[in-house]
Design a protein around this ligand. Structure first.
Ligand SMILES: *Cc1c(COP(=O)(O)O)cnc(C)c1O
Length: 374
């Protein structure tokens, strides 16, 4: 492979993860079931706290790891709607990630709620003014992505959260496309809820579990719909009825995915060493570099930029457009340059700040140009 431009979709494995996974197998074989008490039972919260402290701007006790993003969206959206019983609208944009839109649509149908779709330009994303226009006494919940998966638009999360709160609504941020590349301040924004993936910029590996953030003072008020023993107050009492655990643990349902939770810990160690400020600085420099090359070398071949020029409104990837994007992407893959195609005309250049080099970008985009030219 010559250039990997999909770290925003599946991050590369860290060398340290080989040893960590081997260590896990060692603990599993030597300690067997005793390892649950000795270490594993606490991992959803201890790894969650680390994600929170290093990447989310979240104080301890508010982040838990488990399930997929999709399942956590379902759980938190249901919990939020139940906490706002007099309100019947969910606000979401019409170009949010498919799973977010599908979950919202289905829950609305189940509960007889209304979806207020915000129309967004595919080249940018949701602006605070759009939320201000629709948020009101009917709004129960606003569900938005911090960085748009398609355009890389970086939402003004602090301002949008404030607008939603002024209307008495709750806000859920999907940080899948920002966590590990763009600094996040969930506590600072006053966010209520958030979910995010760990297999993208957190390099957790295929199918690694997602995390949920629930603001501390909301936790005991919220009731999630998948009542399982692992989220109950005393799982090993094997009691007759579900009594939710206090705190963030109540958002768990079944047995936590311990094996799949290992590789992300290596990336968290690396982020701790670099610091999110430096990660973002490199990320901005990488996206600027792509824009420079796009203007200087690719524009003449008919490639346009579908991502914000203002770095303050841009996440960690750049989306280019070309009428023949699907075929261009296929040709690039054959030559070991791996961006991804997002219809109808998008070629996403994902730049994982700690693993993508400037030389790789220059080389990969030179190949891409040849692919555009045929
Ligand atoms: C990648 C991504 C998801 C994926 O959800 P899964 O349940 O992990 O498949 C959801 N939302 C956004 C914004 C994403 O970028």
């Amino acid at each position: 492979m010559r250039a990997y431009f999909d770290g925003n979709s599946l991050g590369i494995p860290l060398a340290a993860s080989r040893d960590r996974l081997a260590g896990l197998v060692g603990t599993w074989s030597s300690r067997l079931i005793r390892a649950w008490d000795e270490e594993w039972m606490a991992l959803p919260e201890t790894v969650g706290d680390r994600i929170g402290a290093l990447t989310l701007g979240a104080a301890a006790g508010q982040v838990v790891v488990g399930d997929s993003t999709t399942v956590l969206l379902y759980k938190l959206i249901r919990a939020a709607l139940a906490a706002r019983p007099g309100r019947d609208e969910i606000v979401i944009d019409d170009d949010n990630f498919p799973t977010d839109r599908f979950v919202v649509e289905r829950i609305a149908a189940e509960l007889g709620k209304t979806v207020r779709w915000l129309p967004v330009d595919r080249h940018s994303g949701v602006e605070p003014a759009q939320v201000r226009e629709v948020a009101g006494e009917r709004t129960a919940l606003v569900v938005l992505s911090h960085v748009a998966y398609r355009s890389s638009h970086l939402a003004d999360a602090a301002e949008i959260t404030r607008i939603a709160h002024d209307a008495g609504a709750l806000v859920l941020w999907d940080v899948c496309h920002s966590v590990g590349s763009v600094p996040i301040q969930l506590d600072g924004w006053g966010a209520d809820l958030a979910v995010g993936c760990t297999y993208k910029y957190l390099n957790g590996g295929p199918g690694s579990p997602a995390f949920a953030y629930v603001r501390a003072d909301l936790q005991d008020e919220l009731e999630q719909p998948i009542a399982g023993w692992m989220g109950s107050a005393a799982p090993f009492d094997m009691g007759p009825h579900y009594e939710p655990a206090r705190g963030i643990r109540r958002f768990l349902s079944g047995t936590p995915p311990i094996v799949a939770m290992q590789p992300m810990r290596d990336m968290l160690d690396l982020i701790e060493r670099a610091g999110m400020t430096a990660v973002r600085r490199k990320s901005v420099a990488l996206t600027e570099f792509v824009l420079e090359i796009a203007d200087a070398d690719l524009a003449a071949a008919g490639v346009t930029v579908a991502t914000a020029r203002d770095a303050a409104r841009r996440g960690g990837h750049v989306t280019l457009e070309h009428p023949d994007a699907r075929a261009v992407t296929a040709r690039a893959w054959e030559r070991g340059v791996i961006p991804d195609f997002r219809g109808p005309h998008g070629i996403r250049i994902g730049l994982s700040p700690l693993s993508t080099s400037f030389a790789e970008v220059a080389d990969g985009l030179a190949v891409l140009r040849e692919c555009v030219e045929g």
